[in-house]
Design a protein around this ligand. Sequence first.
Ligand code: AMP
Length: 585
Amino acid sequence: MDWKPIKKSFQQWVVQPNLLDYDQTCATFSWEAIRQELDGLPGGRGLNIAHEAVDRHAAGPRRDQLALRWLGRDGAVRDFTYVDLQEQSNRFANVLRRFGIGQGERVFVLAGRIPELYIAALGTLKNTSVFCPLFSAFGPEPIYQRLHLGDGKLLVTTRRQYNQKVANLRSRLPQLRHVLLTDVEDDLSDNLLSLPKLLAAVSPDFTIPPTDPEDMAVLHFTSGTTGMPKGAIHVHQAILTHYMTGKYVMDFHPGDVFWCTADPGWVTGISYGMIAPLAHGVVNIIDEADFDAERWCHILQEQKVTVWYTAPTAIRRLMRLGVEPRKEYDLSHLRLIHSVGEPLNPEAVAWGLQALGLPIHDNWWQTETGGIMIANFAAMEVRPGSMGRSLPGIEAAIVHRVNGSVEVVEEPCVEGDLALKPGWPSMFRGYLHDEERYHKAFKSGWYITGDLARRDADGYFWFIGRADDIIKTSGHMVGPFEVESALLGHPAVAEAGVIGKPDPLIGELVKAFVSLKPGFEPNEDLKLDIIGFARTKLGSAVAPKEIEFNQNLPKTRSGKIMRRLLKARELGLPEGDISTLEGSE
Ligand code: AMP
């Protein structure tokens, strides 16, 4: 089916979009001008994300305005004004200081969407320590890997998460000095302390120390295909991208109520679930509960959400349930809907138009880019199936690899690697403790994103797929190596190869091909046992949903399992180049 572009006209806008003329904005854009719209630390002491997100509003006319509204799973509501957030984050920064956690040291949070996570994140940034979120659906193994690699000094978590996942890891994590629990009123032991008690005992005043824009601020883990997760380093300067994309993509205006459904365990939930809306001084809605169609429509209506940022899996869920929110709910406040994280199929864009009354604007970015790089802007026609055009100040291109270097493809509609010209403020500054991997991501002056795409004659980018074996399941990135390593811990498993199997709802599901050790019978019980084992170790978000026994896993002559071939065979696709396959002539 040929999907027609969705035109935009002035009449349909409630407020005039911040980006009206794309070409002109790109031509006159400068990061320096964006910097001028921010505050900077008083006295020229640098640039700190938490100052821009909280303190500068708390010092001005927005001080008593709602900054964050938290909707609890059970119906509780907690509101924080900018001045409340300032005070709470100051207290957290003072707690860190009390424990001697200093600049550049990593503070981890393992929790669902609870207010303490945001307070800890902002307090950590104020203290110039480094905030590092852990997805709450991770099992103990991914948690261990990240705390270990990130040299976590302090962890904030809940009692349940601690007991279920962290308690048994502590002997393997000698550097983890302090664990603070959000939901106990009193300390449980010398090294299991009550966060509420600590917060109450310290001063609500804190002066952010001088912060170099290049100081490390946030560490986001992402997955690779060959090895354990990589810690992408982001710096305070990233606030320029968060602010700029808040302005031009999210199109924030005073009075907006913004809801980003992404979990703060991943980059979207921090860059847009916290930083960008606060940097613009708008109201940020946080919902603790998981996806529920009725609840979500209710939130859009009751909270009078004006700008909504969600993801394709959620949109497809709503579509599948056959809900037509516009018919049953008052969505008249909703002005813009955005989506990110996986390909947004054109059907979903069309569904948005019909069921929500608005098209869904797809945009593209990744952990390493720190912020949105390509987007369908409010004022531009939406091309269903396309991720949109590159942001002002961002140079994106399709490149081909030729003899070890790369060449930009000028011709439109040609498939190639999606690449970005380095230099934007939120670009990752390294992978923690892994300089080689970082440098490998750059070629001939371009950052190679790992995605394949094409660009049409008007500069709209169209996603094709990943250039590697990384899996995207329900919008979460999963590294096959991490899953394979965990599976090898099961007593019956000799070898494992893990792929992403296309799934109409969640994008891809994690599927493992497993060969068994001698003496083990391939049967359904064993399959369930292995799945259960993987879930306990990795958590439900990462563990395979399907297992297939295969005593003859395809391998290269050097013994590496060929995931590409497993996937091609699974999908009935051509096997491609199999010259390196073990046993081939
Ligand atoms: P993450 O680093 O976990 O945020 O994942 C980034 C990856 O998600 C990208 O490299 C893409 O493979 C995929 N992705 C993000 N946004 C989109 C999009 N709009 N369309 C297709 N894939 C996307």
